[in-house]
Design a protein around this ligand. Structure first.
Ligand code: SF4
Length: 156
């Protein structure tokens, strides 16, 4: 497929829209209370991991890069690469992906029904298309590629 280049201004607008989606989600009258127990970050244990659109992956990768790290670690316990092993906390909590916010964690209230956030999902999909993404992808792959893009852009 032939993609045109994304202009810097378009990229900024796209990432701002992803963050706005996160803010709009937080305004919804949906009872959820993430206690940062990080049970949903244990991918190997749960057998599930979030899928990210490209905009979400870039927002997460930028936050991860801001911690001074350049590449994703592979945690021996199969947990999310952004779960810091020493502290047991998410390195990018404020910029965590949509799936981490609508998560499947039972103590936080269980998954939010898709129909309640479908409009927000559509907005993330629109951003994905703007950024020449290929739809939602597993967190590890999506963020690793986004991180590569960011590091290459910095090194250019
Ligand atoms: S990004 Fe953060 S909140 Fe989401 S699964 Fe990874 S460590 Fe957990």
């Amino acid at each position: 497929m032939n993609h045109r280049n994304v202009l810097p201004g378009e990229l900024r607008t796209a990432l701002a829209e992803v963050r706005q989606v996160y803010l709009d989600l937080a305004q919804r009258p949906i009872q959820r209370n993430c206690l940062r127990r990080t049970e949903c970050c244990q991918f190997k244990l749960t057998g599930r991991s979030p899928y990210l659109t490209k905009g979400e992956a870039l927002v997460a990768a930028k936050a991860f890069r801001a911690t001074g790290r350049k590449s994703l670690p592979e945690n021996a316990d199969g947990s999310c690469p952004m779960l810091q092993q020493e502290s047991g906390s998410c390195l990018i909590y404020e910029d965590r992906p949509f799936g981490c916010r609508t998560h499947f964690c039972a103590p936080a209230g269980g998954p939010i029904p898709r129909r309640e956030v479908l409009d927000l999902i559509r907005r993330l999909e629109d951003v994905d298309r703007t950024l020449n993404g290929s739809g939602p992808r597993p967190l590890q792959n999506a963020v690793a590629d986004a991180l590569g893009e960011i590091v290459r852009a910095i090194d250019r």
